[in-house]
Design a protein around this ligand. Structure first.
Ligand code: ARG
Ligand code: GLU
Length: 666
């Protein structure tokens, strides 16, 4: 009896001393977490993750197209990211004759790989804390200029951590000859589209494959037909061993934005003002666009990417508000702040100053967000600024329908008229002249001659009423842009109080594991494969399979109409080496979930097992975890991963591109 008690106590003690699976850690400081990682199953050392003396896993991770992550999987620069991260590049290469979005694309040799003009990837060379150098008077510009001289194609950035308490230099190599190698059809890469977006269980094969090319010295170079595949310092070994509940997982990538340390005022702003307003405005836009898409196949295609973009954050914000309310984040922050005041009376003024700073800036920031969500959503004004760029004008009208834009203008100007408090002399005068926002919007679209490309070519834009409208919007823009920061809390007038506040928190709250908020710099997050209790009595398993795809398959519904090749493989159980026995069935694994702390930008991130091998590609979070940018809840927060075995299965059985699997050394 005593022994059992002792054992229970011991188990509790270890459970308590282990850290939560929360946080996004700087790779150069991962030594401070490595014991916890090893306790959770990781078998490698800190130097394997990040090293400046030897090749390490960081050499195989790329920042993809400035906002996603990707990973190198062969010694010939082969690179995997998400389908939705490669989407722009795939779309740009597509035409009616070669519709790579609908049909997919599979290069069968290096020669067939397609250059992607404008697409860049960055690989981190090294990172270094430069807080002291800056304190000693060195300028950021100088630090960057010096770092750039270190090598060919070098690029550098200095980023603030903990609201400017620390500064880090990040030195990257920039590669600009990146070619498309493979993309599955949209019905795999975007299977389930918006219905399934942010949802578990999930069955999306959200991957695409590229290759980095370099000059004969293995150095970054502009596109040249003679460039050769990049030989990386390190690439990921792919593991087809698979995963099971409880297995260690690590994510290595570029998370974009979290707000872990914001005060109650900022939480309240997000949950009660910002998100609800933006959701309502986007609901209106999506209703208008969706109705038009239902009426015409042409409009459906024209507005596909726009609609996906609007819908993605719209759905995320809804989950975020619900999550914040469910966790009681606002009142928890209030309690925390009360404790801080009580235990640090001499520093309570920091919270007072933050309160005042919020009171002084909230309205300005709200007007900035309103401008983004309403006025910027009215597209026709863009032609005023694109006018001299014939190619950009062609592209603009290719995906534009003036009847949709008129409806958007009526709705968004009406909303703006009601909600905005920013200086808008010109726009308000136009409203007044036409009996209000709605009257003005209708008059504007009745009288503009620029609704089509032909109209644009045949008419003088300077006298068109759209030009007058565009200038009225510029007046507003010049005012709101002073609030154009990543988050409300990053407005300098507010942020300057976070610097001493977060510093004080770190000195005071010794139990808390402080990670620097995500800011699109390279991070490590680790956790484990795990299901979760979705609702009372309803447990969601951590792995999905081909069975679920076939169950959702429906030729009548655009987003669920799977390629015939998948149906054939299923009918014949032709799974090759990718088939597994799971829950009594012979099937193919598709997606899984884990407890890694991730956010936007982590799309495409390598998901790594205990041995440092690639087991999947991160692409989403569950709807119940979207508040993790503000409060991470370990019991509920799950990131969604495309199982590497599904990637390989699709490459093999749908693409017939076995040469890529050989190249990965499998
Ligand atoms: N929710 C994922 C992310 O935040 C995937 C988005 C792409 N898919 C879409 N239907 N828009 O980026
Ligand atoms: N889909 C997101 C991205 O594009 C990742 C999902 C998330 O926000 O966690 O980065």
């Amino acid at each position: 009896m005593k022994r059992t008690l002792l054992l229970v106590a011991l188990v509790f003690a270890t459970a308590f001393s282990a850290f939560a699976d929360k946080g996004m850690w700087l790779p150069s400081l991962i030594a401070s977490r490595i014991d916890d990682m090893k306790a959770k199953g990781f078998k490698l050392d800190a130097e394997d993750i990040y090293s400046i003396n030897q090749a390490s896993l960081k050499d195989a991770v790329v920042l993809f197209d400035g906002g996603c992550t990707g990973e190198i999987v062969s010694e010939k620069g082969l690179l995997i990211t998400n389908h939705h991260c490669g989407y722009d590049a795939i779309q740009a290469l597509s035409s009616v004759e070669h519709d790579y979005l609908t049909d997919g694309f599979w290069a069968m040799s290096h020669k067939e790989e397609l250059p992607c003009p404008g697409l860049k990837v960055h690989i981190l060379v090294r990172m270094e804390e430069v807080t002291d150098r800056i304190a000693q008077g060195e300028t950021v510009a100088n630090i960057i200029a010096e770092a750039k001289k270190e090598g060919v194609g070098y690029m550098a950035e200095v980023e603030q951590m903990y609201y400017g308490n620390q500064a880090y230099l990040f030195v990257y190599r920039e590669f600009s000859d990146v070619r498309l190698v493979a993309a599955p059809p949209t019905t795999i890469g975007k299977f389930g589209a918006d219905n399934d977006n942010w949802i578990w269980p999930r069955h999306t094969g959200d991957f695409s494959i590229f290759r980095i090319y370099v000059d004969e010295n293995n150095e970054p170079a502009a596109y040249n037909a003679n460039n050769k595949p990049y030989t990386p310092a390190r690439h990921f070994k792919v593991s087809t061993e698979g995963v099971k509940e409880g297995d260690f997982t690590m994510i290595y990538g570029f998370p974009g934005n979290t707000q872990e340390y914001i005060t109650s005022d900022a939480v309240k702003y997000v949950a009660e003002k910002s998100d609800p307003t933006k959701i309502e405005l986007r609901t209106q836009r999506l209703d208008i666009i969706g109705a038009a898409q239902n009426e015409s196949a042409e409009t459906r295609i024209k507005y596909a990417a726009k609609q996906a973009n609007i819908a993605n954050a719209w759905k995320k914000w809804q989950g975020e508000v619900k999550g914040i309310n469910r966790l009681g984040t606002y009142s928890k922050k209030l309690d925390y702040e009360a404790r801080f005041r009580q235990e640090n009376p001499e520093k309570a003024y920091l919270l007072d100053s933050l309160e005042t700073a919020y009171a002084n800036n909230m309205e300005g920031y709200f007007n900035y967000e309103l401008y983004n969500e309403t006025l910027r959503g009215i597209e026709l004004q863009q032609v005023v600024f694109l006018a001299s760029d014939a190619a950009a004008i062609e592209r603009f009208y290719k995906d534009f329908d003036v009847n949709v834009d008129r409806k958007l203008a009526v709705a968004m100007l009406t909303a703006y008229e009601e909600l905005a408090t920013a200086e808008a002399t010109k726009l308000r005068a136009l409203f007044e002249k036409h009996g209000g926002a709605e009257g003005y919007a209708n008059w504007l679209y009745d009288n503009t001659k620029l609704g089509t490309l032909e109209g644009f070519k045949a008419n003088d834009i300077t006298t068109d009423p759209i030009t007058e409208f565009a200038h009225a919007v510029i007046e507003i823009k010049s005012y709101v842009m002073q609030y154009a920061y990543r988050n409300l809390s990053n407005i300098p007038d507010i942020e300057r109080w976070y610097r001493p506040y977060v510093k004080a928190l770190m000195e005071w709250d010794k139990e808390r594991a402080f990670f620097p908020d995500a800011n699109l710099t390279l991070r490590v997050a680790y956790g484990k494969v795990a299901g979760y209790e979705y609702a009372d009595g309803e447990y969601h398993l951590p792995q999905t399979t081909l069975e679920g795809i076939i169950a959702k398959d429906n030729p009548e519904i655009y987003d669920y109409n799977v390629p015939q090749a998948l149906r054939d493989a299923y009918a014949k159980k032709d799974y090759g080496r990718w088939g597994i026995e799971l829950n009594g069935k012979y099937t193919v694994p598709v997606c899984f979930i884990a407890t890694n702390h991730t956010t936007g930008g982590n799309s495409g991130s390598p998901v790594i097992n205990a041995n440092g091998e690639l087991i999947g590609v991160n692409f989403d979070r569950t709807w119940l975890s979207t508040m993790s940018d503000i409060e991470f809840d370990e019991t509920l927060c799950r990131n969604i991963i495309c199982d590497i075995r599904y990637v390989l299965f699709v490459v093999d059985k749908v693409g017939g591109a076995g040469w890529l699997i050989d190249e990965m050394g499998l």
